[in-house]
Each structure stands twice: as C-alpha cells, then as structure tokens.
Ligand binder design. Structure first.
Ligand code: SF4
Ligand code: SF4
Ligand code: FES
Length: 494
C-alpha cells in the first residue's frame, strides 16, 4: 500500500500521498489554496507566491507548491496571516494590470478575477503611480494573441513550449519590472499544439484569436464530448452558444477545450481538433429529400418505404456501401444489421479518404483521422470484412458491376474529382446519408440528413480499444436523425 502522510490544513486532517506537495494534496481533495504558476503537468517554479501558507513552527511564509508535508504538520492557508500574504501577492500581480475586464475574453474565467472577488482579494490598493504599459494585441501565431499588460509572469506558457510541444517559440525578455513574455526573435507560435498555451494561461494574457470578442463565456454551455479528429479520441468539452444566437457569428459551436483524461490525452488537445470543427454548422442538411427523378421533400416514413424498396430492386451483389469512420459504435451495430444481415451486401468501402490520413507525432496526433474505425472492427468491418479500395470500387462502377451505391458520410466526388461525376451518373441508385451535403449530396437520388456527433449521444472506440462516451450538446437540425435510427428505420421495412 502506498505510503501516506497525515497533516492538518485549515483545521482539517488530510492525507497526502507520498511525493505530493501540500498544494497537490489540497487540490486533489478539492480544497482551495490559491495558485497560478503550479500546473500539474508543467511543474512548480514557485514564482507567483500566491500559494503561501503558514506552518506552525516555521518562522516565515512557505509556498505550498514546494512544501512537502511532514507527519503531524499543521498548516494554514485561510487564516488571517496567509490570506494577507496571498492578498499582497495578488496586489503585486495587479500593479501594472490594465484592469480591462469589460473587454477581456478571459472575463468570467480569469484567475485574477476569481481570487480578487473571494476572500483573498478586495484589498485597498496601494498603487499610486502610473501603470507600466506594455504590448497589446500582439499576434503570436495563427491562433494566439498576447496582451503583455495582463501577464503575471507565471511562465506556464514558456514551460509548455519547452516541456510539452518542445517547440521553444516563447521566451522571457527583460529584467525585474520590465520583464515580458514574447516570441523568440524570428519565430512564430505555430506548433501543432499552440492553442494549449491559452488553456494554461491563468489570466487573459494569451487568448484564442478565433474566440476573440465572439461570445461571453457565461453564455456558453459546456458538454463532455470526444474529439472526432483522429483515432486518439481526446476528451474534450464542447462549448456551445445557443442562448444568444446572434453572437459567435450565429454558429452554435463556439470553442473546444481539453478535458483531463490521463490515459488518453492528459491535459492537452491538438490544434487540428481544437480549431478543425468550428465550421460545424456549415453545409448542413436538415430535409429528407428525393432529388431524382423528381425533387420532393419526404417524410421519414415515405423515404424509408421508397429507399428500402429501391435497395431491393436488383441483386445485392451489385450494391456497394461506403461507411464512415465517424460512425459511433451504436451506428456501426445498426449498419451491420441493415447491410450485412438484411441486405447481404458484399461490397464495402470504409478505407479512409486521402485527407483522412495525416500527420502524427509522439504526443497525441494519430495518422488515422477517423475517430472510430475500431468501432467498425468490433462488428467485423476491418476484421472479417475487408474494405475495397477507392480505385477498385471506381473500376467496378466503370465496368457496370455496380448498379447502386449507399454512401454514409463519404464524399466520392471529392475523392474521384471530375471522374466521380461521371461514375455516379451511371448508377441506377445513389443514396447519400450524412450531416453535410458535400459534393456527392447534390447528385443523389435520395438525400437523408443525419446528425453530427454533437447532436447525438454515443460511443467511440479509440485506437487503444478504449470505449468512450460522448454526450449530446446541441439539438438536431431540421429532420436530421442519428445514423443508427436511419438504418433501423430502413431495416424495419426489409
Ligand atoms: S502569458 Fe499567461 S501563461 Fe504566459 S507567463 Fe503570462 S500569465 Fe503566465
Ligand atoms: S489528437 Fe486527435 S483526437 Fe486529439 S485533439 Fe487532435 S485530432 Fe482530436
Ligand atoms: S503556485 Fe506556488 S508559487 Fe505559484
């Protein structure tokens, strides 16, 4: 059994695990000791002096992020003396701060506001001189903006680029009162994880350019979700804006933030996942449509009747089905029941599209940009059943071996380009199902609107075999339904 050390903090006996500091033990138990510079993944330089505590027998204040408890030790964080020290440290951080909370994007989730407004702050300021002015609105890279006046020099951002992204774009320049964070000369903050510096910055010094002035944080709703950007399956929080639809340019997804999951993504997410889905609402489908031979909006019942009879019109060996690695585990189950058990389809394509294979690295990013091909394997796709290649399916259509294609959230026109139009025009039946129209959605005989991942709940299985739930954050658009419900509606008629 791991060794523990019992000590008292603010009158409460707590047990620290071996190797834990006083601050770590208190934070793990949900007890507040104010802090800025310590971050569980970035170490404890001990420079912000916010975490000062009083220890019985010690002659002076001690920073709890560097204090290892001793058996029987008595420490106080909320007593008058440590509160005075913490308040003095906070006043020191705010000496040159511009106090521009009304126009600061961090407002509402800022460490300075939070500590000032609770029992640590609300001091009478002793600042009588003019404030020191530093750089404002400094563009550091494609995603991040720096306001040097708001910086409290906690060094979390420089530690992130040194220890985690190892890209070293940021440094500390100057001495004493004129010390600032800035770009290393000739560098741009443009690494695959650059957005994480805004997460670790405890104040409004580093902010997201995308999010700047779009919506106040207190109007956002937070929902636990999983990033669909690659097979890592990073745990995220989707921040959606629906209460004031005129904000955030009318888009419902306002930002994506990492959610701590030690065995998958720790504290981080990559920029592809963070910024790659902010166009969530573009090109969306909400109507159930027959487009050919005559265009008409259908009810789900009418569409299920027409599509299910069209799928049975000719032998199943001439029917091809494209599946998406973005299907949830629930979708994959219903998919295999419809196409394997009911229709006995033999031609499946679930190989990635060329742009679903990308960069990978040792930190998080995976080469495979589909979140849930593992979920397909669990029901046989990629184990018992092999995927056709894009070329072999094109050749089969060209040779007249395929009369019908059911494309689930795949865009063959994008992959096959001009040839795609010619190939798809040859088919007797093209059903397109997905959340976005894409290029293929224009050519389909039937177009069925599906929800995207934020509009449904489900599970993805990541590359480690971990089954992870995601929750519903938004209402479906129009008549859109989860893929599994569309598959079940068709299967019920076959
Ligand atoms: S910019 Fe933010 S994270 Fe970086 S040192 Fe300043 S306060 Fe800390
Ligand atoms: S590593 Fe993959 S799952 Fe994680 S945030 Fe990036 S794209 Fe999303
Ligand atoms: S958290 Fe301890 S000095 Fe900053």
């Amino acid at each position: 059994m791991a060794k523990t050390i019992k000590f008292t903090l603010d009158g409460r006996v707590i047990e620290a695990r071996e190797g834990e500091t006083v601050l770590q033990a208190a934070t793990r138990l949900g007890l507040l000791i104010p802090h800025y510079c310590w971050h569980p993944a970035l170490g404890n330089p001990g420079n912000c002096r916010m975490c000062n505590v009083e220890v019985e027998g010690a002659p002076k204040a001690l920073v709890s992020c560097r204090l290892y408890p001793k058996e029987g030790m008595v420490a106080r964080s909320a007593a008058p003396a440590p509160r005075r020290w913490q308040s003095a440290a906070l006043e020191f951080h705010l000496v040159d701060h511009p106090l521009d909370c009304p126009v600061c994007d961090q407002s509402g989730e800022c460490g300075l506001q939070d500590y000032y407004m609770n029992s640590i702050g609300r001091y009478r300021s002793s600042m009588r001189d003019n404030k020191w002015h530093m750089g404002k609105r400094m563009v550091l890279g494609p995603h991040i903006m720096l306001d040097q006046e708001r910086c409290i020099m906690c060094t979390r951002c420089t530690r992130f680029v040194d220890l985690i992204s190892k890209s070293h774009e940021l440094g500390i320049f100057g001495r004493g009162h004129s010390q600032v964070i800035d770009l290393v000369p000739g560098r741009v903050l443009d690494n695959p994880y650059s957005g994480c510096v805004a997460d670790v910055c405890p104040v409004g010094a580093l902010t997201d350019r995308d999010f700047r002035f779009q919506v106040r944080v207190w109007y956002l709703d937070w929902t636990d979700s999983i990033c669909p950007g690659c097979s890592r399956g990073c745990n995220i929080s989707a921040h959606t804006s629906t209460r004031r639809p005129w904000q955030n340019k009318g888009l419902r997804l306002a930002r994506v933030k990492p959610r701590y999951k030690p065995e998958v993504n720790g504290h981080w997410i990559c920029d592809e996942g963070r910024y790659g889905f902010l166009n969530y609402d573009s090109d969306r489908l909400g109507k159930v449509m027959r487009l050919k031979p005559s265009a008409e909006e259908l009810s789900w019942e009418a569409a299920a009747a027409e599509v299910s009879s069209a799928l049975r019109r000719k032998p199943a060996e001439g029917l091809a089905v494209m599946a998406s690695g973005r299907l949830s585990n629930e979708d994959w189950q219903a998919f295999q029941k419809l196409f394997l058990e009911k229709l006995n389809v033999r031609r499946f394509l679930f190989a990635p599209e060329p742009d679903q294979v990308g960069a990978e690295d040792e930190l998080l990013r995976r080469r495979d940009k589909a979140p849930n091909l593992e979920g397909g394997k669990a029901v046989g796709f990629g184990t018992r059943i092999a995927s056709m290649s894009w070329d072999s399916l094109a050749a089969d259509i060209e040779a007249g071996k395929v009369w019908g294609l059911y494309a689930v959230d795949r865009d063959p026109v994008k992959v096959w380009d001009q040839r795609g139009h010619e190939l798809l025009e040859r088919l007797d039946l093209l059903v397109y199902q997905g959340p976005r129209k894409g290029l293929t959605g224009e050519l389909a005989h039937y177009r069925l609107p599906a929800t995207d991942w934020l509009e449904e709940k489900g599970h993805f299985t990541n590359f480690q075999g971990l089954v992870q739930p995601y929750r519903q954050a938004l209402k479906p658009l129009g008549a859109a339904k989860p893929d599994w419900a569309i598959f079940e509606g068709l299967a019920a008629r076959l």
